[in-house]
Design a protein around this ligand. Structure first.
Ligand code: MIC
Ligand code: SF4
Length: 641
C-alpha cells in the first residue's frame, strides 16, 4: 500500500515512535513562526532553555496582531521581540510587513518541510505542500531549541476535488461548504489532504485559504500536493529553487474520503456565532449590514484584493456601510498600490487599514452596538469583534464587496459577469520588511519593557485534587471565551498576573475573583473545549488563578496540549451524561491522582451532589511526566525533555 502525502512527510521527519494513526510520534521541525501576541511568552520560555542560537533551519518572528499602540505595552513587546530575534538568530518581520501566514507563504514556505507556528492558522502553508502545524508557544520554543514536536499520528482524510468553481464562487466557499458538512469538531485530530483534478484548478493562495480555515474544522493540519501550480507560484515569488514535486502515492489508502465537486459549490455565508453555521448567501440576502471587512490571513492575498479593487472600480460603497480593507502583506499592498487598485478602493469609499490582523482580532473596528458585520475572516465567535452584541457573518471577498455596495447581504452573482483577475507572473519581493539576524548575536542586549513579567509556574501535581466547580460550560467553548483578545486585553499578553484578571471575562466576569478566593478549582465543559486559537494564555492565565483540572466531554487538540504543558489535568467524562449531573459550585475531590494517572481512569467524588463518576485521562508517557511535574518547564529543569 502506498503512502499519503501526509505520511511521506511524517516519515521523513520521524524522530520517535511508529508512523501509524493513533501512535505517539515526535517530528523534527524544520521551520518555526511566532507572532507578537503569542511570541513574547514563547521567547520568554525559550530564553530559559539555555540555547545560544535557534536550532531550526529557519525561525521567523512576526509582528502583526498587537499593532495598536494606545499605550507603550505593545511597542515595548515589539522591541523585546526584535532584540530576542537578533540575539538568537531569528528573522524579524517588522510591524507593517504583514500577517504571519500570508508572509510565510510568500517568502519562506517550502514544500515537504515541517513548520510549527504559535498560531492556529499556521496550516496556511499547507497550501504549498508543507506540513504546517499550529501549537502553543511553549512547543514552538522547544522546537527552536532543537527538540522534536510530539503529537498523535493522525488519521488522514482525503478530500477529492473534482470539477471547477463556477463564476463568483471562491475557495472560501469551498471551505465553508466543508464546515457546513463536517462542523467545527469534524476534523479534530485529523489531517485533511486535498487532491483530484479540482485541486489542479486552484492557485496557491486559493489552496491556502482552504488550508488556513481547516483550523476551523479542528484539523491538525491540511495539505495540498506540490505540483505545477506550486512551481509556478514559487517561480513568480522568485523562489523557484524551493520547488519540489510532492504527491500521495496513487494507491495510498485514507481513513476517510470526502468527495467534493467544485462546480456544485455556491456562494456561502457563516452566520453568527460559529464558522460552521453555514447557509447559502441567498438564505440571508437582504440582511442590512453596518460594516464589511476584507482581509485577515484567510483572504488578504493579491488575488483577493485585486478582485476586490476590480469590483469597486467606478462604484460607491453604500452610505450605510463602513468598508475596511486590510492587505495581508507589504507585498500585496505594494502591488495593489502600483497597479492603481488602491485608488479604486479609496475612491469607492473604502477605509484602507494597516497591513495586519486588525479587526480580525478586535484590534480596532468594533462594529456598532447590535450591528451586523460581514467579514472575509475565519472566525465569528461571539464578541470577538469587540462588540458584545455584534452579529458577525463570514463570507468570500466578492460576496463582501457585493454586500458593501448594496448595503445588505448580497449574492455576488447579481453583479453580472465577473472581472478577469490574472495571477501576476512575478511578485514584488524586496526584503525591506525583514530584519535578518547577525551571524553572532551573543553581544545583543535584550530589551524588556516594564510590562514584561516572568512566566509563572506551578508546583508538582498534588496527590489529591480538591476544590469547587468554578464554572460549568457547554459545548464548543472557544479560547476567545476563556482568554479574550482585542485591543484592551492583548497588550497584557506578556504580563500574566494582569492578564489573568480577564479570564472568562465575557462569560462570567466574576470568575477571576471566585477562583482566587476559592484557592483554585475545576472547570466543567462539554465537547470540543478550547477550540479556536492556539493561545497558551488560555491555559497559562487560568493556571495562575489556580485551575487544577478541566473535566470536559472532549478537548480541541492545541488547547489540550497547552493545558498539559502548564500542568492542568485534562479529564474527559467516561460517561458524557455525567456532565448533566455536576453543578457549578459543587465540591469535587479526586484522590490518588499521580498513581491513577498511570491507569488512565479515575473517580471524581462530587461531595455536594453525593455521587461519584468516572473520568478518563489518556496521556502518553511523556504527557504524564509533564503533568506530574506541574508543567513542561518544570520537567525540563529536572531532565532535558
Ligand atoms: C486568532 O486568530 O485567534 C489568533 C489571535 O491569531 C490566535 C493566536 C493568539 O491568540 O494570539 C490563533 O489563532 O492561534
Ligand atoms: Fe491574525 Fe485573524 Fe489570522 Fe488570527 S485569524 S492570525 S488574528 S488574521
Amino acid at each position: 500500500m502506498g503512502d499519503t502525502l501526509t505520511y511521506k512527510i511524517i516519515r521523513a521527519h520521524l524522530v520517535e515512535g511508529t508512523a501509524e494513526p493513533g501512535q505517539t510520534i515526535a517530528l523534527r521541525i524544520d521551520q518555526t513562526l511566532t507572532q507578537d501576541a503569542t511570541g513574547t511568552a514563547a521567547y520568554l520560555q525559550f530564553e530559559t532553555m539555555g540555547v545560544d542560537r535557534v536550532r531550526t533551519d529557519l525561525s521567523v518572528s512576526y509582528v502583526d496582531h498587537s499593532m495598536l499602540q494606545a499605550g507603550p505595552e505593545n511597542a515595548d513587546d515589539h522591541r523585546y521581540l526584535q532584540s530576542v530575534a537578533a540575539r538568537y538568530g531569528i528573522v524579524f518581520s517588522r510591524p507593517g510587513n504583514g500577517i504571519c501566514h500570508q508572509v510565510h507563504l510568500e517568502r519562506f514556505g517550502v514544500p515537504g518541510k515541517t513548520l510549527l507556528g504559535s498560531d492556529s492558522h499556521t496550516p496556511t502553508c499547507g497550501g504549498l505542500g508543507m506540513m504546517a502545524i499550529g501549537s502553543g508557544g511553549q512547543d514552538v520554543a522547544c522546537a527552536m531549541a532543537g527538540m522534536p514536536f510530539s503529537m498523535t499520528a493522525p488519521p488522514v482524510v482525503k478530500v477529492h476535488l473534482t470539477g471547477e468553481l463556477q463564476p463568483w464562487v471562491t475557495a472560501k466557499d469551498v471551505i465553508l461548504e466543508l464546515l457546513r458538512r463536517l462542523s467545527v469538531k469534524g476534523g479534530v485530530g485529523k489531517v485533511f489532504e486535498y487532491d483530484g483534478p479540482g485541486a489542479m484548478t486552484l492557485s496557491v493562495p486559493e489552496r491556502a485559504t482552504i488550508t488556513n480555515m481547516g483550523a476551523e474544522l479542528g484539523a491538525t493540519t491540511s495539505i495540498f500536493p506540490s505540483d505545477e501550480v506550486t512551481a509556478g507560484w514559487l517561480r513568480a515569488q522568485d523562489r523557484a529553487q524551493h520547488f519540489r514535486e510532492l504527491a500521495a502515492d496513487p494507491d495510498a489508502e485514507y481513513d476517510e474520503v470526502v468527495e467534493l465537486d467544485l462546480a456544485s459549490v455556491e456562494p456561502l455565508v457563516a452566520l453568527p456565532h460559529s464558522p460552521d453555521n453555514v447557509a447559502p448567501v441567498g438564505e440571508v440576502a437582504g440582511t442590512a449590514v453596518d460594516q464589511v471587512c476584507i482581509g485577515s490571513c484567510t483572504n488578504s492575498s493579491f488575488g483577493d484584493l485585486a478582485l476586490t479593487a476590480a469590483l469597486l472600480e467606478g462604484r460607491k460603497v453604500d452610505p450605510r456601510v463602513s468598508l475596511t480593507i486590510s492587505p495581508g502583506s507589504r507585498q500585496v499592498l505594494e502591488m495593489i498600490a502600483a497597479g492603481g487598485r488602491l485608488a479604486s478602493m479609496v475612491c469607492a469609499g473604502a477605509r484602507v487599514l494597516e497591513v495586519a490582523c486588525g479587526p480580525c482580532i478586535g484590534m480596532g473596528q468594533a462594529p456598532p452596538s447590535g450591528g451586523v458585520t460581514l467579514r472575509t475572516f475565519n472566525r465569528n465567535f461571539e464578541a470577538r469583534t469587540g462588540t458584545p452584541d455584534g452579529q458577525c457573518y463570514l463570507c468570500s471577498p466578492p460576496t463582501a464587496v457585493a454586500s458593501a455596495l448594496a448595503g445588505c447581504i448580497t449574492d455576488p452573482r447579481t453583479l453580472g459577469e465577473p472581472p478577469a483577475v490574472e495571477q501576476p507572473q512575478s511578485f514584488e519581493s524586496d526584503t525591506a520588511g525583514f530584519i535578518f539576524p547577525p551571524q553572532d548575536g551573543a553581544g545583543v542586549e535584550i530589551v524588556r519593557g516594564p510590562n514584561i513579567k516572568p512566566i509563572p509556574r506551578r508546583g508538582p501535581l498534588a496527590d489529591s485534587l480538591e476544590g469547587e466547580v468554578l464554572l460549568k460550560l457547554d459545548d464548543n467553548i472557544t479560547t476567545d471565551h476563556i482568554m479574550p483578545a482585542g485591543a484592551r486585553i492583548l497588550p497584557l499578553r506578556s504580563n500574566i498576573p494582569a492578564l489573568s484578571e480577564h479570564v472568562f471575562e465575557r462569560v462570567d466576569p466574576d470568575f477571576p475573583r471566585r477562583a482566587r478566593e476559592a484557592g483554585g478549582g475545576f472547570v466543567v465543559a462539554g465537547e470540543n473545549y478550547g477550540q479556536g486559537s492556539s493561545r497558551e494564555h488560555a491555559a497559562l492565565a487560568p493556571m495562575y488563578l489556580g485551575l487544577k483540572a478541566v473535566i470536559a466531554k472532549s478537548f480541541a487538540r492545541i488547547h489540550r496540549a497547552n493545558l498539559i504543558n502548564f500542568g492542568i489535568v485534562p479529564f474527559t467524562f467516561a460517561d458524557p451524561d455525567d456532565h448533566g449531573r455536576v453543578g457549578q459550585g459543587d465540591r469535587l475531590v479526586v484522590e490518588d491522582v499521580p498513581a491513577r494517572l498511570r491507569e488512565g481512569s479515575l473517580t471524581v467524588r462530587d461531595e455536594t451532589g453525593g455521587f461519584g463518576f468516572a473520568v478518563r485521562c489518556d496521556l502518553s508517557d511523556r504527557e504524564r511526566e509533564i503533568v506530574l511535574a506541574g508543567g513542561r518547564l518544570n520537567l525540563m529543569r529536572q531532565t532535558s525533555c
